[in-house]
Design a protein around this ligand. Sequence first.
Ligand SMILES: Nc1ncnc2c1ncn2[C@@H]1O[C@H](COP(=O)(O)OP(=O)(O)O)[C@@H](O)[C@H]1O
Ligand SMILES: [Mg+2]
Length: 236
Amino acid sequence: MGELTGVLIHEISQPLAAIDNYISGCIARLASGSFSPEELIEALRLAHRETSRAGSITSSIRSFLQGQATRREVVDVNDVVRSVVPLIELKANLAACHVRVELCSDDMLTRADAVLLRQVLLNLVFNAAESIDSSASDTPRERLIVVSTDRDAGWVHLNVADDGPGLPDVGHDLLFESFFTTKAEGLGLGLSLCRTVVESFGGSISASTGHGVTRFEASMPAVNLSPTPASPGSAS
Ligand SMILES: Nc1ncnc2c1ncn2[C@@H]1O[C@H](COP(=O)(O)OP(=O)(O)O)[C@@H](O)[C@H]1O
Ligand SMILES: [Mg+2]
């Protein structure tokens, strides 16, 4: 299987799983006869949003992997996180995990393709949930995923931490190689896509484990939008 096909299948499976979940929820509610129109509308609205997203994922990933220019615009990393919170919560619920989102209150602007950055975040969160879910249930853990953003002078950081069993005992570079997976059903393409995408934005991604926490950090150059000085005579 070619890498392009693999990545497309991998990335498209996320919105499809979400759509399936929203629609199954609607069917179950309708069948039980106990539902409010509001909750059905909300679930269908979320499903509809995922169908549109599936379309934009296909075109963004395809052009990205074929080396064509992708849309690069100033994006607020906090907005990217907010836009995937429903999907993150859905995945976390299915894996019986809790999610905490901690957004930096400073400007979190970078130059990126928002669709691709969203996929980076989803890949990291899905890995975190899968790792927690794979761990023995007798290990006392909070089963917590923390998605956070922070920044320093030149960089904005997007972090995903989990209290799962930790990274496999291999060099961290190998984790980000295409087709490296420790999962029976894994494709091993998620982290490789994350790294290629983040590097294309001029950033880098790293992984670490310590004190029971596994953490992935994607760092990208910050964009500082200094207020445009009013041109002389433009005051109205
Ligand atoms: N949060 C995590 N905790 C532990 N291991 C992880 C985590 N994220 C990724 N990994 C490891 O990195 C491998 C590669 O991840 P990825 O490229 O997303 O492929 P896949 O999820 O299909 O296995 C995983 O199989 C797993 O061994
Ligand atoms: Mg993965």
